[in-house]
Ligand binder design. Sequence first.
Ligand code: IPE
Ligand code: IPE
Ligand code: MG
Length: 243
Amino acid sequence: MGETFQIPPEKTPKHVAIIMDGNGRWALSRGKPRLAGHRAGTENLRRVIRASVEFGVKYLTIYAFSTENWGRPPAEVRGLMHIFENVIDHELEELHQEGVQLRHIGRLEKLTPKLHKKVLAAIELTKNNTRLVLNIAFNYGGRDEIVYAVQNMLQDGVSAEEVNIELINKYLFTVGSPDPDLIIRTSGELRTSNFLIWQSAYSEWYITPTFWPDFDKKEYAKALQTYADRDRRYGGVSDEHYE
Ligand code: IPE
Ligand code: IPE
Ligand code: MG
């Protein structure tokens, strides 16, 4: 597969964001509990992180837990917290060795103090890594992010005249990451579910019916190829559309 994947660097998305959806249905279709689906999804994430490095993606943002996911049954919420903690405990060292810089987007305050501390330690450990920036959206909501930004701007005494797009970008959780070029959503749903609603203004979308645990390297390569073939116009007109 590696040798057949030939997309020139200028056609490769710098920033890929993924709504990792369909773990529950993947499990259900196998007669397994939903948490087994979340575990399989986590396994798949390892593969996709590695593939991202290989494909030359520089920023990867993954939607792992939304502000709305707190509304799920308590046992599932607890299970998801536990999986996140496990990932930090068991994967951090290897991710660090591979040059992955971990960042978090969303609010950490609502997590247990133990998990909160672990996330901060992981961010600190990996802060100088440059191979891939991995933004983990955990307890993230796009609307909440905008509320957070406005609150902080007011607290900083920002005046109405100073507010512009660049300034808002600086107050978002995603500060330091470019806007996503490509957003992938697995499991076929046609909605944003509150993910990067500001940053996705001109992102390209790729939606596949495949459930997240089955979204393999081959499908990832296909998404990147589709992206490479797109014509991003940003409201303008591309050369070939002029007479
Ligand atoms: C995505 O899978 C993972 C999270 C939202 C945490 P789901 O759990 O939403 O799976 P489906 O959509 O119910 O199949
Ligand atoms: C979006 O998936 C959130 C994550 C993948 C973490 P959901 O399964 O929560 O979204 P809806 O409920 O189908 O919109
Ligand atoms: Mg879902």
